[in-house]
Design a protein around this ligand. Structure first.
Ligand code: UD1
Ligand code: CA
Length: 456
């Protein structure tokens, strides 16, 4: 298996935060996660992360998924890779990819293509490069007849070298055994007094080994963030790239203002996404839906022909032809079955709403199983919490729950039960019953005339 080392030691001082830079998020995921998923897509799945500043936060994020090593002092990119020596020595047969944890747009295809290039050319090291209009600050690639001769950092470059537009992305393939050899030979004789990983190129050439550059057509792989403004730019770039992918797939956007769609989201053709809509996590949305405006959907599976307008839906399933209207909050573990209708100001939690059921305005349904073709009247509340434990309510098919019904859980309404408006149901009701709980209505005529002396 190919190895990968991800350099994540940086603090990012200019971010002005007490957090390692690779943990800053682009489209909802840490930059480190983007780099990890590129490794996985590119077939370099034996990963070691080099941590430094607030390294425990890196470990907490990785939570055992991948190993890490600590670079206690920040002495340069070469020094960072040296910390992974034991990881490299575990198996020295194959190749090792080195990546920066704060350049999120490296991709699996570039990783695969550059490995093919690296192996076909029998290189000891292959640098992944790109051409920039403004190469300022990056290491410049010195090309030779049969490969590259070295990488010169901005601070070490002379006038003519600074004119070179081809730059080091900070991503490399090494033959693992050669990398171990080169690491032992890097010194600190440069303008920054650091151990430069880039010196491995010159060392390879001086040992008569081959060094090459794989130039990526996609210069975005270089993009990183040194400050909050850069991070916003990365987010804007990633946001529009995701939207463009959906446009190609036949998703409709009239205006993309405030639309944030995370990169794993899948959306069917003919679906329209309206402004200020945020779609996160592993959400899948079917065809011909209308989502938004002002809507948040996270980790949901949404069917076809669904309308969700000004609502929030989390970790739930919404089946075909459902309509969810304004200011609705669907909380985790809910299932809204086909053709159901959820009206304004409704909260649903950990509940199943059956096919063709209508839940009207101002309702709370929690921990409940609601059948088919049920009508839930306005103001109905499932009283699922007694202060100690949560209990479930069950409402049978074709029941008609009158306005302002309280269902004191645990309680079960059978099939086609009707409840009178204002009823508080405290025990199970059999099929086809009407339940009505109502005090004697008292009317005291002329009562308010004590206050209003006349009727004007
Ligand atoms: C490095 C390259 C440069 C390249 C650029 C691409 C060297 C000497 N130069 O520049 O040729 O164009 O990347 O962005 O390698 N890091 C550590 N520990 C350290 C130093 C760095 O973990 O001691 C990590 C950083 O967190 C970052 C990555 O290594 O993820 C690159 O470091 P950075 O300082 O941004 O790169 P430069 O040295 O400026
Ligand atoms: Ca630097």
């Amino acid at each position: 298996m190919n190895k990968a080392i991800i350099l994540a030691g940086g603090q990012g001082k200019r971010m002005k935060a007490d957090m390692p830079k690779p943990l800053f998020k682009v489209l909802g995921e840490p930059m480190l996660e983007w780099v990890i998923s590129a490794c996985e897509d590119g077939g370099a799945e034996d990963i070691c992360v080099v941590k430094g500043f607030r390294g425990e936060m890196i470990d907490e994020y990785l939570s055992g998924r991948y190993q890490s090593v600590l670079q206690a002092e920040r002495l340069g990119t070469g020094h960072a890779v040296m910390q992974a020596e034991q990881f490299l020595k575990q198996n020295t047969d194959g190749n090792t990819l080195v990546l920066c944890g704060d350049a999120p747009f490296i991709d699996g295809q570039t990783i695969k293509n550059s490995l093919t290039y690296h192996m076909n050319n029998d290189n000891a090291v292959t640098v992944i490069t790109a051409e920039l209009d403004n190469p300022y600050g990056y290491g410049r690639i010195i090309r030779t007849e049969n490969g590259i001769g070295g990488i010169v950092e901005q601070k070490d470059a002379d006038e003519s070298q600074r004119k070179i537009n081809e730059v080091n992305s900070g991503a490399y393939w090494f033959r693992t055994a050669d990398l171990l050899d080169f690491l032992g030979k890097i010194d600190r004789n440069n303008a920054q007094g650091e151990y430069y990983l880039t010196d491995t190129v010159g060392i390879a050439v001086s040992e008569g080994k081959k060094a090459g550059a794989y130039k990526s057509a996609n210069a975005d792989i270089i993009k990183g963030a040194n400050n909050r403004k850069d991070l916003l730019e990365l987010n804007t770039y990633a946001r529009m790239a995701v939207i463009e992918k959906h446009l190609e797939n036949g998703v409709e956007f009239t205006c993309t203002d405030g639309v944030i769609i995370e990169r794993d989201v899948k959306i069917g053709t003919g679906t329209e996404i309206l402004p200020n809509t945020i779609i996160r996590g592993k959400t899948i949305i079917g065809n011909n839906c209308k989502i938004g405006a002002e809507t948040v959907i996270e980790n949901c599976t949404i069917g076809n022909n669904v309308v969700i307008d000004t609502a929030q839906v989390y970790n739930s399933v919404v089946e075909d032809d459902v309509k969810i209207e304004h200011y609705v909050h669907i909380r985790p573990d809910s299932v809204i079955r086909k053709n159901a209708y959820i009206s304004d100001f409704v909260e649903i939690k950990n509940s199943i709403i059956g096919e063709r059921t209508a839940v009207s305005h101002l309702v709370y349904i929690g921990d409940s199983d609601v059948g088919r073709k049920v009508n839930i009247g306005a103001g109905t509340v499932t009283v699922n919490y007694d202060g100690i434990a949560k209990s479930r309510c069950e409402i049978g098919d074709r029941s008609f729950v009158g306005c302002n019904t309280n269902l004191i859980a645990p309680v079960k309404l059978g099939k086609a039960v009707y409840t009178g408006a204002g009823t508080t149901v405290t025990r199970d009701i059999p099929d086809y019953a009407l339940v009505i709980d109502r005090g004697v209505l008292k009317v005291k005529e002329g009562y308010t005339l004590r206050k209003f002396k006349t009727d004007k």
